[in-house]
Design a binder for this molecule. Structure first.
Ligand code: PLP
Ligand code: COI
Length: 344
């Protein structure tokens, strides 16, 4: 753990990695109730080797960000949405849902405690907040735990895709699914990411930034990317997949609201893969990915290449939406929807 007053971090060149910060916060569910919030300086946890999170995947997480604003105030983006979503994930795999108020209090506390790690305004970086919940009960039978640990760490991050806001290529690989049709895709469950590692690594080796998954039932419709939702611009409309096997992205929801504010029509519906030949812009959107533009989508099984952008730049609507989102997060533009929570 660092004990300097201002950390010596090259803020402008941060990657999306883990850097130690001063504190994390923890809370335990035991004997049917949540305990007191603990502040810890250790980045390790002590865990029983028979804990359900280790054997049976009782692990869920969240991802949100805090930004240093133009006015020197720290803003946490859409805290309420993540507080709600982690409860849905918990219910999905029979974990104890963290009360929304506890979630919010702990997020604010961990940001406050690590203020000096919030990247400066203008650096392009942000403080990534990673809440995690683990099933802690030691048992060998396949059943839900009765004890849980909820903890949150933060770490300063730069862009998720190293290209930043430059278009990258993504690919479709029909031999892989990250989730089942009525499975855990709508929840932020660690196992979904384990299931995406093989395809993700193969895609990276081939030079793609991400895999674009098709719906796991029919392989007919676009679903989402490994770490982000997918959106496209078709004849001036914002289109994005509606699917029961994708994570309901807070960023996508925000981009849809911003698009509507700008008078752009929004369609959340099934997108047949062939429709990708009719789009003019595309992007991967998420807390980590923000709105990362896509240049080309290659279907590795059919050999079909959907060329979206050839000039190495993001399209005009993606750029407008990205800038609008950023300026709200950075306090440059009025937060008309009340999305930011200010940490004093
Ligand atoms: N889809 C998946 C699979 C993700 O891991 C993420 C990241 O959280 C997203 C979509 C984007 O969601 P959000 O915008 O809430 O971060
Ligand atoms: C996020 O965008 O917060 C994510 O969780 C995506 C990825 C880093 C898993």
């Amino acid at each position: 753990m660092s004990s300097l007053n201002s950390p010596e971090i090259d803020w402008k060149n941060l990657s999306f990695g883990y850097l130690p910060t001063d504190y994390n916060v923890r809370c335990r569910f035991h004997n049917g109730k949540w305990g007191e919030i603990e502040v810890s300086q250790s980045d390790s946890i002590n865990i029983h080797m028979a804990a359900t999170c280790l054997h049976y995947g009782q692990e869920i997480f969240e991802g949100l960000k805090a930004f240093m604003g133009k006015d020197g105030k720290i803003r946490i983006f859409r805290l309420d949405e993540n507080a709600r979503r982690i409860r849905e994930s918990a219910k999905g795999i029979l974990m104890e849902p963290v009360p929304e108020e506890l979630f919010k209090e702990m997020v604010k506390k961990v940001v406050e405690l690590n203020k000096r790690f919030v990247p400066p305004y203008g650096s392009g970086a942000s403080l990534y907040i990673r809440p995690i919940e683990l099933g802690m009960t030691a048992q060998v039978g396949v059943k839900p735990a009765s004890d849980y640990l909820f903890m949150i760490f933060v770490t300063p991050v730069g862009p998720y895709f190293k290209e930043g806001f430059k278009p990258t290529n993504i690919c479709i690989m029909r031999d892989f699914d990250r989730v089942a049709p009525k499975g855990t895709g709508r929840w932020k469950v660690g196992g979904n990411y384990a299931a995406s590692l093989d395809a993700g690594e193969k895609a990276h080796e081939l030079g793609y930034s991400a895999v674009l998954y098709l719906d796991p039932r029919e392989k007919k419709y676009v679903d989402e990317c490994g770490p982000a939702n997918f959106f496209a611009i078709k004849n001036g409309k914002y289109i994005t997949p509606a699917s029961e096997s994708i994570l309901p992205s807070v960023t996508n929801k925000s981009l849809m609201e911003l698009a509507r504010d700008l008078g752009i029509e929004v369609e959340a519906r099934q997108i047949p893969v062939e429709e990708l030949s009719e789009i003019q812009e595309a992007g991967a959107c998420g807390t980590a990915a923000v709105a990362s533009p896509v240049a080309e989508i290659d279907d590795l099984d059919t050999g079909k290449k959907y060329i979206v952008s050839t000039n190495g730049e993001a399209g005009p609507i993606t750029t407008t939406l990205y800038n609008k989102l950023r300026s709200i997060q950075l306090g440059e533009e009025e937060d008309v929807h009340g999305w930011n929570t200010i940490v004093e």
